[in-house]
Design a protein around this ligand. Structure first.
Ligand code: ADP
Length: 725
């Protein structure tokens, strides 16, 4: 993961896109080069084609002119002498100007020795050319004077008599024609006919030798010796080549012809267009025309149409560069994407592996995978262990096999699948059946698995055996029921005994006191009415009977008070402690006076939340005890305190009496517990029990601090109350 991220961030990520870019640009450059080369090649081809056409046209034209000259030679061969008249007629029939463009004229020059000059001039003058002279005569032994030159226009007339042999270019061609016995073309010349400045054109001449006696002699010497003259034609190069250009109807190309091998201005014979530019020329060709060389060149001219337009050539590199950049970018993006995709694949695989591991390890759980039809496709070892089947017995079957026959009959398995499909998940608990038929209480869920587009892919069922828990729950439930029942029974019994107790108290209060009163009444009557008849001891017995009856009455009253405290509801009020202490003391005025007890009061104005009569009773009980249990021969001194302390009220009754051993401090608060019964101190042993019960019922506490012969301190603690309440 970190490696990949590092790779994503590192420069190495740019290598492949860079490589793609370089390849793309190279391919673009190569393609541009090849297309360009191809265009150039095709252009060259096309120019070459044009050049061939031009060459062919020129050659055929020259051949036609040569043919014309041969015709002229025929005229001379057929006649001993050819007169001007005959020659003129011959040429007229050729219709030179019409049929042979560029041909300036058709002429005949005669080979002369200096001694032949005079006879020729006189002969010519005789034929009507009155001002005929051979010019320039030159210093050579050999002269070649133009004698006939048709058509007799102004230009040609100017050339009559001209001794062509004096001019080197013409002479070279003439000698070559004579020596070879073949037609020869001269180099570039300025025709005698041309008047400078006016439509000047360079020219050349074509010579065909005529020999005395007809055919060309075998050897050069004989040819020279027997040379009669030349049938010749002067050409205006411009006119000739223009007609060739016109014939070919060149468009977009132009050609130029130079005399000789050199492409220089002074040897230029013709340019078919003023736009022809030597710089655009790719190939030159040499034409061999009857002893002379012409250099021919064809070039494209501006405005001319290229075979394939090179104007759009820039599109190739442009598109190539754009495509390369795009490719580079896509590669860059694709690398990132591919790495991320790979990354998510890896994560997915890891998740799957983790999941598979968990499923395998989940021994406590039965995990069952089902297809969309509810048939089992896979399950985990936990399921195998729990249900006791092996793979082959389960895979392909419906999950209903795990349900009880009752559930199967009620179609519960199908309903659960349907519900899972509708709600996404369904959970419940119930009995499932193992292979051996034993039942398990299982809790579980069925989850509907869907594809990303929402189709049901199948279901996953997860179950857990909670039979033990179920059993524990069941037994707890049973226990609870039993307990409840027992509690009910006990409560009923208690209620019954309470009622019996109340009935008993009632009996004691009403039924026992009635005979007691009767006893007291009759004893009293005996003392009053039979006083004289009773002796001293009988009187004494009666007194004892009456005292016992009194004691029994007190006991019964205390018991009634005690049981009243347990049964009745008490209502609490805010009670001023000082008041209650005072009224308790008033109640005991007689006892206090008889004992000669001294009482000291330290009462804070405190209020307690209490039941007035119960509290007064309790305080009175404590005071009476303090009076009763005085040390013999000592005046009882009693201190009563009341104070507030931490949200509660404390009332203390302290005496200087006989005290209580610490081991008895707990006992004395129980019913009928008396420590000093034998000392003749009157009492029932219920007083402190009433104090404790009453105080506790009011939410308070009671206690004692005492040691034998050191006096006792009894205290009561009650919740404090606000004076207003
Ligand atoms: P009675 O006073 O009727 O005996 P009580 O329940 O009031 O019954 O008291 C129980 C016993 O606690 C008394 O018998 C006595 O032995 C002891 N006792 C109570 N108050 C005092 C006291 N102030 N000094 C010494 N002993 C006491």
């Amino acid at each position: 993961m970190e490696d990949r991220e590092q790779y994503l961030k590192s420069n190495r990520r740019y290598l492949l896109p860079l490589f793609v870019l370089i390849c793309g640009l190279s391919a673009t450059a190569l393609a541009t080069y090849l297309v360009n080369e191809n265009l150039r090649y095709r252009e060259r081809q096309q120019l070459q084609d044009v050049r061939y056409q031009v060459e062919r046209a020129i050659y055929s034209r020259i051949e036609a002119y040569i043919g014309l000259l041969r015709g002229g030679a025929g005229l001379f061969a057929a006649n001993q002498t050819v007169t001007l008249q005959q020659f003129r007629q011959f040429v007229q029939r050729l219709e030179i100007q019409k049929r042979y463009p560029g041909l300036q004229g058709f002429g005949y020059s005669i080979h002369l020795r200096p001694q032949d000059l005079a006879p020729l001039e006189s002969s010519m003058r005789r034929q009507g050319l009155t001002d005929f002279t051979v010019w320039p005569s030159g210093d050579s032994n050999e002269l070649h004077s133009i004698v006939f030159l048709e058509p007799p226009d102004a230009r040609n007339k100017r050339a009559i008599g001209y001794n062509m042999f004096t001019e080197p270019t013409r002479r070279r061609a003439m000698i070559a024609a004579c020596d070879l016995g073949e037609p020869r073309l001269s180099g570039r010349v300025e025709l005698v006919q041309e008047s400078l400045g006016e439509d000047f054109q360079p020219g050349f001449l074509m010579y065909l030798p005529l020999y005395l006696g007809g055919d060309a002699p075998e050897d050069v010497h004989a040819r020279r010796a027997r040379l009669q003259g030349f049938v010749y034609s002067p050409f205006r190069a411009g006119d000739l080549f223009s007609s060739v250009a016109a014939q070919l109807q060149l468009r977009g190309q132009a050609f130029a012809v130079w005399d000789g091998n050199y492409v220089v201005d002074k040897s230029l014979l013709f340019r078919s267009s003023p736009a022809f530019d030597q710089k655009n020329v790719r190939d030159f060709s040499r034409m061999q025309v009857y002893g002379n060389t012409w250099t021919l060149a064809v070039a494209r001219i501006p405005g001319g149409q290229a075979p394939v337009s090179t104007k759009t050539l820039w599109i190739i590199p442009l598109l190539g560069v754009i495509a390369s950049l795009l490719l580079c970018y896509f590669t860059y993006a694709e690398i990132g994407q591919a790495l991320r995709r790979k990354e998510s694949e890896r994560q997915l695989r890891e998740t799957e592996e983790t999941f598979a591991l968990l499923v395998r390890l989940a021994e406590e759980y039965a995990i069952i995978i089902m297809g969309p039809d509810g048939r089992i496709t896979d399950w985990n070892p936990g399921a195998q262990r729990i249900f006791g089947y092996v793979d082959e017995e389960v895979v392909g079957r419906e999950s209903a096999i795990f349900f009880t026959p009752e559930d199967q009959a009620a179609e519960i398995p199908e309903a659960r699948i349907r519900k899972a499909e509708a709600d996404g998940q369904v959970s419940d608990e119930g009995w499932r059946v193992r292979k051996d038929g034993s039942r398990l209480w299982m809790s579980g869920s069925v989850v509907c698995l869907r594809t990303h587009d929402g189709r049901v892919r199948g279901f996953a069922k997860i179950l857990r055996d909670i039979t033990e828990r179920k059993q524990t729950e069941e037994s707890i439930k049973e226990l609870n029921l039993e307990l409840e029942e027992r509690v009910l029974r006990r409560t009923a019994a208690l209620q019954e005994s309470k009622e019996q107790m109340e009935a008993f108290s009632y009996t004691v209060a009403h039924d026992l006191r009635a005979p007691l009163r009767a006893m007291q009444g009759f004893a009293h009557a005996l003392q009053e009415d039979y006083r004289e008849r009773l002796d001293e001891s009988a009187f004494e017995y009666l007194t004892r009977i009456m005292r016992s009856a009194e004691r029994m009455d007190a006991l019964i009253q205390d018991l009634l008070e005690y049981s009243r405290l347990s049964g009745s509801e008490l209502t609490f009020q805010s009670i001023p402690i000082a008041e209650v202490v005072q009224s308790a003391m008033q109640r005991l005025e007689g006892e206090i006076a008889r004992a000669g007890a001294q009482i000291e009061l330290h009462l804070e104005p405190a209020h307690a939340k209490a039941h007035r009569a119960t509290l007064e009773n309790a305080i009175a009980n404590l005071i009476i005890n303090a009076v009763k249990f005085a040390r013999p021969g000592t005046t009882p001194k009693i201190i009563i305190r009341a104070m507030e302390q931490n949200g509660s009220v404390q009332i203390c009754v302290q005496d200087n009496g006989i005290g209580i051993a610490p081991e008895h401090h707990g006992r004395i608060f129980r019913v009928f517990e008396r420590l000093h019964a034998e000392d003749g101190v009157p009492g029932t042993g219920i007083g402190l029990a009433i104090v404790k019960k009453g105080v506790e019922r009011m939410g308070g506490k009671v206690g004692v601090e005492s040691e034998p012969n050191r006096g006792s301190l009894f205290w009561i603690e009650l919740p404090k109350a606000d004076p207003a309440g």
